[in-house]
Design a protein around this ligand. Structure first.
Ligand SMILES: *Cc1c(COP(=O)(O)O)cnc(C)c1O
Length: 375
């Protein structure tokens, strides 16, 4: 066996996205101890940069040492006690995973279903919250990566507040690609991932908990069933038991070099500015859309709630073997695009323009390769 040297690929699927060389280089810097004072300083900067990205002042904002799914689980296991009722909006794969989290935590899931390709319907949410005054949480996916749909997080959070529910928001695909305004919208608990619009390798899950969510964690009667994800324990590492002393205690060994990458990726976002990053995703989406429509593709999702960073297109009928085309794109063009999931498998492609992948060069490459392979 020899050292592993993968062929560089252009990543235009549903994540991971292209990782800039600057971030990869950051990862190659010397590993230090996980309680080294220099590393503690880095942790504080990561927390502060994440607050910038999430547009929040929440002190409890940090990356969970595992991918987006672990951020999801952190939110659910810390905020749910057995027997609770949780309203979950399902309009794609990831809403379905939220239901799994709720039932495995011993709570009752009240599911609101919307068609794949449509956003969460606020009217249904309002009716359901009225019908279930016992519900304590409303959970929904802001940007559904399985379909390419953006839901109206601001309206949904306002409805939850009116009905005395906390919110759990999945922002794995939205963070860094479209506005995510945690404080302005009154989000209580939110999680994201590194490998989508932050363009950082997978493996970490930024989360943020607001004051109401923290109060709910503090008021728990039963212990959190997950030791690793129990916020009351992990916080001693990220904040210290006594925030004033700034002394951190061992909880787990943080993935040190992955944190270097996240720090670098967040610095790049900070340098670019949130509004500029959002505008770049939108501009590249429009260029890709025009090119795809010229090639005969139509979009699954209506323009009003379409995600710029995840373009779900219906595969034209003249394409008889869509998997073969994706294979050719990967083998002959080193280009990865995403397949459809669930009921959409074989019917759509999901073309990502996430983070650094949202570039004119990528749009041109993708359109050129598709034109060549589809004839
Ligand atoms: C990718 C994704 C996840 C899961 O993240 P992992 O890092 O793969 O665990 C969750 N929710 C949404 C909306 C996603 O796109």
């Amino acid at each position: 066996m020899k050292p592993f040297h993968p062929t560089p690929k252009t990543l235009m699927g549903p994540g991971p996205s292209d990782v800039p060389a600057r971030i990869l280089e950051a990862m190659a810097r010397p590993t230090v101890g996980h309680l080294d004072p220099q590393f503690i300083t880095l942790m504080d900067e990561i927390k502060s940069l994440l607050r910038f990205a999430f547009q929040t002042e929440n002190p409890l904002t940090f990356p969970v040492s595992a991918p987006g799914s672990a951020g999801m689980e952190t939110c659910f296991v810390n905020l749910i006690e057995p027997g609770d009722t949780v309203v979950v909006c399902v309009n794609g794969i990831f809403g379905g995973r939220m239901v799994e989290n709720v039932t495995r935590a011993g709570a009752i899931a009240v599911v609101i279903s919307d068609e794949w390709g449509k956003p969460v319907d606020p009217q249904k949410v309002e009716d359901t919250l009225k019908a279930h005054p016992e519900a304590t949480i409303l959970a929904f996916v802001h940007a559904e990566t399985s379909t390419g749909v953006l839901s109206d997080a601001k309206t949904l959070c306002a409805l939850a507040r009116e009905h005395d529910c906390l919110t759990i928001v999945d922002a794995v695909t939205s963070l860094g690609g479209v506005p995510v305004k945690v404080d302005e919208w009154g989000v209580d608990a939110i999680y994201s991932g590194t490998q989508k619009c932050l363009s950082v390798p997978p493996g970490l899950s930024p989360i943020s908990f607001g004051p109401r969510a923290i109060a709910a964690v503090e008021a728990r009667i039963t212990p959190v069933q997950s030791w690793f994800l129990d916020l009351s324990l992990v916080m001693n590492y990220w904040e210290g038991a006594n925030p004033k002393s700034n002394a951190r205690s061992y909880h787990h060994t943080a993935p040190i070099n992955a944190m270097y990458a996240l720090h670098e990726g967040l610095l790049m976002l900070h340098e670019e500015g949130l509004e500029t990053a959002f505008a770049r995703h939108q501009t590249q989406h429009e260029a890709l859309r025009d090119g795809l429509e010229n090639l005969g593709f139509s979009f699954l999702v209506e323009a009003d709630y379409r995600l710029p960073q995840l373009n779900t297109v219906c595969i034209p009928e003249r394409v008889t073997d869509e998997a073969a085309i994706r294979k050719t794109l990967l083998e002959n063009h080193n280009l990865e695009i995403g397949a459809g999931l669930g009921a959409l498998a074989g019917k759509v492609w999901r073309i990502g323009l996430m983070g650094a992948s949202a570039s004119p060069a990528n749009v041109e490459k993708c359109l050129g390769a598709l034109k060549q392979e589809l004839g």
